[in-house]
Design a protein around this ligand. Sequence first.
Ligand SMILES: [Zn+2]
Length: 456
Amino acid sequence: MVVDDDDDDDDDSNDNNSRDDNRPGAIDTRAQSSDPPSISSGREAIESSLRQKVYVEHYPDVRAGAPIDDEVVPDANPFSAAHQGNPYLPFMSEMDWKIARWAKLRGQGSTAMSEMLSIPGLQDSLNLSYKNSRELNRIIDHQLPSHRPRFQRAEIELEGSTFDVYYRDVIACIRALFMDKTFAPYLVFAPERHYSDEWQENRLYHDMHTGKWWWTTQTQITLFGGKSMYPVYITIGNIPKQLRRKVSQQTQILLAYLPTTRLEHIINEAAKRRMVLNILHTALREILRPLHKAGLDGLNMTTGHGMTHRTHPILAAHVGDYMENIAIVGCKMGECPRCTVPFNELGDFELDYPLRNLREILDALATYDTDRNSFAHTCRNAGIKPIPHPYWEDLPFVDIFMVITPDILHQLYQGLVRHLISWIKKSYSHEQLDARIRCLPLNSHARSIVNSHGLY
Ligand SMILES: [Zn+2]
């Protein structure tokens, strides 16, 4: 696998250049020039002038992120040992595996495979380890070595109701990503400061380990509707973002399904909203509980290359859309979930208000245990909703107002595009906007999604 700057999941690979020559009015530049510059070299020339040298300042303590001993664990993956001699285990042979794969790619409801295997003698002569779909499913469910930890179920009880949470052990998820052989050559462990100039005046920020947070946290340590479910994914910042953002690389693990419920038995709307928040935070607190001890004391983790590192898994970013962000930090609708900017100045450019005051907010939240009668009042004064114990309350090294981060698709792209479109319509009229859109070149990648999550 090669890591490059092109995102091959949604790369639109420039093949427009060769495709539309038969369009009426298309100009064939190749016919007009005797020695046309090739498309790729032209692109390289333009791109290389955009690339600049990066000046890297490494973290002064060389122990930061370094493997803790020189001993290489031969193969950290417990499944690999059993695979020696037969890479297709738990299947008996390449054919056994290929037929299983074919059967599964036919779709779940397909009965073709069971029908075929019911032909007398076929299973024996092909030497297959299953004689129908049911047996194949059993192998897949129970014998397939999984890179992902198993799900567990917990019940949370709040005010007399119980809710189911399905989740995976958070430390096991982190370990699974950490030890994945695919990512091993690319993992980053130590913070770095990147600059565009050798005088270190212009800092560049582009991945988690180049940010201020990683550097300062390293310093502290050297020392992360009805009956439907709400999925939560987890990843680790050690995996560079070129990999992390690619769906095909499977760098995100489904950590949990949080309960979503309409709470129809609660009539009072305010009480219902309080309860929804309470369920969210109680479930996340339960799921992330292992991060307390692991974040403070650290854990040994082995990469896919067999190098063992001392790690402190700390909640670094909680990505969500605006509604999710305000539920996480417990602020009011319409407010900035990170800083103290007043509502009427939200549209002003270049304002720099301080982050919300975590210390003050934690003090207000603590009155839930010490002075419950004034809890709601104290919280309101501190600018937070009265959530008994928000999940981030005592996670080590976590300032939730730095941790929450907008979801790029729903908040930035969708939110900004929607905002921009309404602004353009107002400024230039519907007709102008339509006329401009009609002028766009043909593009087979553009999609119009009309319902629910569409842009327009
Ligand atoms: Zn703000």
